[in-house]
Design a protein around this ligand. Structure first.
Ligand code: AHG
Ligand code: MN
Ligand code: MN
Length: 327
């Protein structure tokens, strides 16, 4: 199309970045883009569910109305299962990973870790929500059934990572390790179009984002950092959807903090499908992600749903937090 690059076109063009690429990763990314459009359609109708679902809470096809996070989970699993590139998926919505057992999927090269609906407490109040995903090459033999070790890989092993933001405009932002590119959904043609090529974040920004209700439960170093932010009249912004907070800070420059607290020493966020993909993106955009001591992407996971303290964003700001935590 003249003057517009769609996500699908862009993915195909970029396939040449990977020597010997067979196109599987390209197809997988396109499957994610397709599933994102379906979830986006439902997200946009979320406010109507109580009205349209009033009679017996069934939709027009006679299916039970589902909670959006369960719906999103099923959409992504279905899209990835039928694509044939993926042999298993680990999701926030399922205690254990799902291994695809049919012949086609068993030969898939990749596994996916996903938060299908991030910020779910914001669904009922019309605030932006998202999807976060991370793609790894499997460790097990092709043709076998995926196992836990396929998912317990350090973030440095990611082949791709990204998110979808269902907001005032919906966007898909991803990296394969060759920069970060953002695509905005044009609802009139149903395509994600390249709108934010080669995204970079500032070394230092003015925004800090934390649930400050946790102030007194946080490490002294975090309290000092927040005090400093206020003394310098920085801008406090916190939506409560990680994807939306991250996206804003990526574009404007800033830092997102979810520290460990006295009652939750590892914080709240999950390493595999929240921290790692966004760490990959921020590093590719020139920023930094740490748990206060370690580079997020170098943490060796031992559990699927493992949590870790998380500081992500503009490099100088994350450095300052790390300094205060280790003083
Ligand atoms: P999810 O909806 O996938 O469970 O994630 C919610 C996460 C994240 O999106 C957000 O930044 C954080 O929880 C908010 O936590 P607090 O309510 O503790 O601030
Ligand atoms: Mn989440
Ligand atoms: Mn979620």
């Amino acid at each position: 199309m003249i003057g517009v690059t769609t996500l699908d076109e862009f993915i195909i063009d970029r396939q040449d970045d990977f020597p010997f690429a067979t196109g599987d990763l390209s197809r997988l990314l396109r499957d994610i883009g397709f599933a994102a459009k379906i979830v986006n359609r439902e997200v946009n109708k979320a406010g109507l569910v109580d009205i349209t679902g009033a009679a017996g809470s069934e939709n027009i096809q006679g299916e039970q109305q589902q909670k959006l996070d369960v719906f999103a989970d099923q959409v992504f699993i279905k899209a990835l299962r039928s694509g044939g590139e993926v042999c298993g998926i680990a999701s926030e919505e399922n205690d254990d990973f799902v291994a695809f057992e049919d012949d086609l999927a068993r030969n898939g090269k990749y596994v996916v870790a996903i938060d299908p609906l991030d910020g779910s407490s914001n669904i009922d109040v019309n605030v932006s929500i998202g999807t976060i995903f991370s793609i790894y090459r499997r460790k097990s033999e092709k043709g076998t059934i995926a196992n836990l070790q396929d998912f317990l890989q350090a973030g440095t092993e990611q082949v791709a990572g990204g998110y979808v933001l269902y907001g005032s405009s919906s966007m898909l932002v991803y990296t394969t390790g060759a920069g970060v590119n953002g695509f905005t959904l044009d609802p009139s043609i149903g395509e994600f179009c390249l709108s934010h090529p080669s995204m970079k974040t500032a070394a230092k920004g003015k925004i800090y984002s934390m649930n400050e209700g946790n102030y007194y439960q946080s490490h002294k170093g975090i309290q000092t950092y927040l005090d400093n932010c206020k003394k310098q009249q920085m801008t406090a912004r916190y939506i409560g959807s990680l994807v939306a907070d991250f996206h804003r800070n990526l574009i404007k420059g800033g830092v997102y903090l979810y520290p460990g607290t006295s009652s939750a020493p590892n914080g709240k966020l999950r390493l595999l499908y929240e921290c790692n993909p966004l760490a990959f993106l921020i590093e590719q955009a020139g920023g930094k992600a740490t748990d206060g001591k370690r580079r997020i992407m170098e943490i060796q996971p031992s559990e699927l749903h493992q949590r870790c303290p998380y500081f992500v964003g503009s490099k100088d700001m994350v450095d300052e937090i790390e300094g205060l935590l280790n003083a």
